[in-house]
Design a protein around this ligand. Structure first.
Ligand code: PLP
Length: 272
């Protein structure tokens, strides 16, 4: 008999360049052995040089996508990426309540692309903080998002801990303060905390220009592990291993920033 895989839902935007957004999420879910479900929030127009613009999906259509899949197929874990507007964020929060979401929720508070283009309309980050953080199992801000949310400039592991404490006050169960954008360190140190446990995850820093989609890929790899029943620390450790490999094998595509690569999974030993 065919085994039905676990399911993971991504509530996020489309990247026409295929490197980030739902495209990254779905292939990461696949690579990690879970069936991907989608609630599309926005259609971006972008390539390796940046985001030219986006159109949001009506909030009621975002909500309807979540309701449709949750009721029929079941959701084992979910993640949010680009949410575009405060109206969509409020609709997502309300719908998660309506479907009685008792599955793990990873909130990646995406505010802008690494090329500096806004992926949220004004003031919407505040809505993510108030509407989604209290519902989140884990939030995964990068250092720019940490600064926007808390005013804290993370420069070392001491300020990274202070940022984690400040972020936990917004109500998520766990926070992962990603250190990938910290300069002056040879390793890439991420800090995971639930206020009692503080776990430093250190990994090699790969030198590459091509890191597009890295944040989405990490959050969706973590979500896939949560869908399969892993604890948050185990899911984050597995996600970090997955993204390290994707960054190590990132490739150039276009004249700007190329994507992190999931292709290694095709050649990976299925027992490893
Ligand atoms: N486009 C979409 C649809 C995204 O969701 C994201 C990140 O979440 C980006 C672009 C930006 O990706 P990056 O900052 O890795 O270039």
């Amino acid at each position: 008999m065919t085994r039905t895989p676990r399911t993971a839902l991504t509530i996020a935007g489309s990247d026409s360049g295929g490197g980030a957004g739902i495209q990254a999420d779905l292939r990461t879910f696949f690579a990690n052995g879970v069936h991907g479900l989608v609630a599309l929030t926005a259609v971006t127009v972008q390539n390796s040089l940046g985001v030219r613009g986006f159109t949001e999906v009506p909030a009621d259509v975002v909500a309807a996508q979540i309701t449709a899949v949750a009721a029929d197929m079941g959701v084992d874990a979910a993640k949010t990426g680009m949410l575009a507007t405060a109206e969509i964020i409020r609709a997502v929060a309300k719908t998660l309540d309506e479907v009685g979401a008792d599955f793990p929720l990873v909130v990646d508070p995406v505010a802008a692309s690494m090329t500096g283009h806004a992926l949220l309309r004004e003031d919407a980050l505040e809505a993510i903080r108030t509407e989604l953080f209290p519902r989140a199992t884990l939030i995964t801000p990068n250092l720019d998002e940490v600064r926007l949310l808390t005013g804290i400039e993370v420069t070392d592991t001491v300020s990274q801990r202070a940022a984690a404490e400040a972020l936990l006050r917004f109500g998520s169960r766990w926070v992962l303060v990603k250190g990938g954008h910290m300069t002056g360190t040879s390793d890439c140190v991420d800090l995971l905390s639930d206020g009692r446990e503080v776990i430093e995850l250190s990994g090699p820093r790969y030198v590459t220009e091509n890191t597009h989609g890295g944040g989405d890929t990490l959050a969706s790899a973590i979500t896939a592990s949560l869908a399969k029943g892993a604890s948050v620390p185990d899911a984050v450790a597995a996600g970090k291993k997955f993204i390290e490999r994707c960054v190590a094998e990132a490739y150039p595509l276009g004249a700007g920033v190329g994507p992190v690569s999931p292709f290694w999974i095709l050649n990976a030993d299925s027992n490893s």
